[in-house]
Design a protein around this ligand. Structure first.
Ligand code: SAM
Ligand code: SF4
Ligand code: SF4
Length: 344
């Protein structure tokens, strides 16, 4: 099902369907694969889009055929009154899928208000079930809060998925336990290959556990794993255990899926990026605040999408020598290059 509006296609025939909206660049965790540094510079508060501005920009994207929205961050639950934004967006009939990605730390108090406001689905990022490891990985002792948040989301009847970034030597011995646990919750888990995105300043090829190795580890515990049919532009490939339990693998690093990519990203200060790896974005906030009309903004977005040729993860894979994508000095100069600014 789609919104009924013919989507606009980019130069490689990929439609514009999904928008990830970062509502803040701030975060209450410091995950080793995303924010490993000791200090960060934040977007100035005056630059952060208001809810009304987010809704106005969203309407422009909806008019262009976008029908899937995901709120993200930084940590989106740090944004005051997020349920109010969800309520605003949920009234748009063109949205057929409204979801949120969170680290879950503050979810226990927010799950119910978010569900009442109209949120449909939630993805909680969780990389370990061991408290000491959680603290080592995220530099905060917050595992109990995340687990309580997941329970609260289920109690609020939100559909829950779990995202786990797999890092060699960090949590790759825990994959079967995580799958067992998510099965007991009836929540689908997706294992994500560690990516060399901006901000992942400690990334190295050796720290990536490729999809095939993830599958081998899981079949060692669970037996034969069957691939499930193709995936409607979703980033995860899905699989089933012998008992029917399903899970996903997002092999963005070793088997990128750019050919199917219908996603773009809006930062909390209104820059629009057509690829996770784009170095420049379109400054929609300045245009909006200087009185550029919605139809002019629509044309600017349309033109940018029609000429889009991004294949960031595939380009990275083609590199022979690979280290972190963006050096620390460049991240310090432009925080928009950070994954936690761009929204994942
Ligand atoms: N703070 C929220 C969270 O962690 O769910 C939302 C923002 S976070 C940037 C969105 C997603 O990006 C998370 O699922 C996180 O695991 C993922 N992510 C961050 N850095 C990554 C990396 N280097 N490789 C793969 N996934 C990454
Ligand atoms: Fe971790 Fe998400 Fe925060 Fe990045 S933005 S440090 S992935 S919780
Ligand atoms: Fe899409 Fe860019 Fe990610 Fe490829 S790297 S899937 S083009 S966002």
């Amino acid at each position: 099902m789609s919104s009924g509006i013919d989507p606009i296609n980019d130069a490689l025939g990929r439609p514009l369907r999904a928008l990830r909206i970062s509502v803040t660049d701030r975060c209450n965790l410091r995950c080793a694969y995303c924010m490993p540094e000791d200090e960060y510079t934040w977007l100035p508060r005056a630059e952060i889009l208001t809810f009304e501005e987010i809704a106005a920009l969203t309407d422009i994207f909806l008019a262009l055929g976008v029908d899937k929205l995901r709120l993200t961050g930084g940590e989106p639950l740090l944004r005051h009154d997020l349920a109010q934004l969800v309520g605003l967006l949920a009234t748009r009939p063109a949205i057929r899928d409204l979801a949120l990605t969170t680290n879950g730390v503050l979810l226990a108090e927010h799950a119910q208000p978010l569900a009442v406001a109209g949120l449909q689905r939630i993805t909680v990022s969780l990389d370990t079930l061991r408290p000491d490891r959680f603290e080592q990985l995220s530099r905060r002792p917050d595992l109990p809060g995340v687990l309580a948040g997941i329970q609260a989301a289920r109690a609020a009847a939100l559909a829950v998925k779990i995202n786990t970034v797999v890092m060699r030597g960090v949590n790759d011995d825990e994959l079967a336990d995580l799958l067992d646990w998510s099965r007991s919750l009836n929540a689908e888990i997706r294992f994500i290959e560690y990516m060399d995105v901006g901000g992942a300043t400690r990334w190295s090829p050796d720290s990536v556990v490729p999809k095939d190795e993830i599958l081998a580890r899981l079949s060692g515990r669970f037996g034969k794993i069957e691939p499930l049919p193709t995936r409607d532009r979703a980033p995860a490939e899905r699989f089933a255990l012998p008992d029917g339990t399903t899970f996903g693998i997002i092999a963005s690093t070793t088997e990128p899926f750019c050919g199917d990519c219908d996603r773009s990203r809006l930062t909390a200060d209104g820059r629009w990026y057509t690829c996770l790896y784009s170095l420049v974005g379109l400054d929609l906030k300045s245009s909006l605040r200087s009185g550029v009309s919605p139809s002019q903004l629509q044309s600017a977005i349309l033109n940018a999408w029609r000429t889009r040729t991004d294949r960031g993860a595939e380009d990275r894979l083609a590199q022979r020598e690979r280290g972190p994508f963006v050096p620390l000095t460049a991240l310090r100069r432009d925080v928009h290059l950070e994954m936690h600014t761009r929204g994942g």
